[in-house]
Ligand binder design. Structure first.
Ligand SMILES: [Zn+2]
Length: 76
């Protein structure tokens, strides 16, 4: 079973999401991030490897002083 821990009614299915990260005035959007997405409430969950990759990519943008950056996470 892959039941959603948020709504308890949906099931988690593989998909992609857009993750938004904010720090101070900066915003980084990461598109096409692989995640498990609830088919009921649309909550999403990233595995630990993906989370690390997302944070690494965002960190580069923050360090470059980007105010708004839109990135795509490459599919492995
Ligand atoms: Zn759900």
């Amino acid at each position: 079973m892959n039941a959603c821990p948020i709504c308890k009614n949906g099931e988690l299915e593989p998909g992609t999401v857009t993750v938004t990260l904010e720090r101070d005035e900066a915003i980084v959007l990461l598109k096409k991030v692989p995640a498990k997405v609830c088919n009921n409430c649309a909550s999403y969950f990233l595995d630990s490897i993906t989370t690390r990759l997302v944070l690494q990519k965002a960190e580069v943008s923050f360090k470059n002083g980007a105010e708004l950056e839109v990135l795509q996470l490459q599919a492995a």
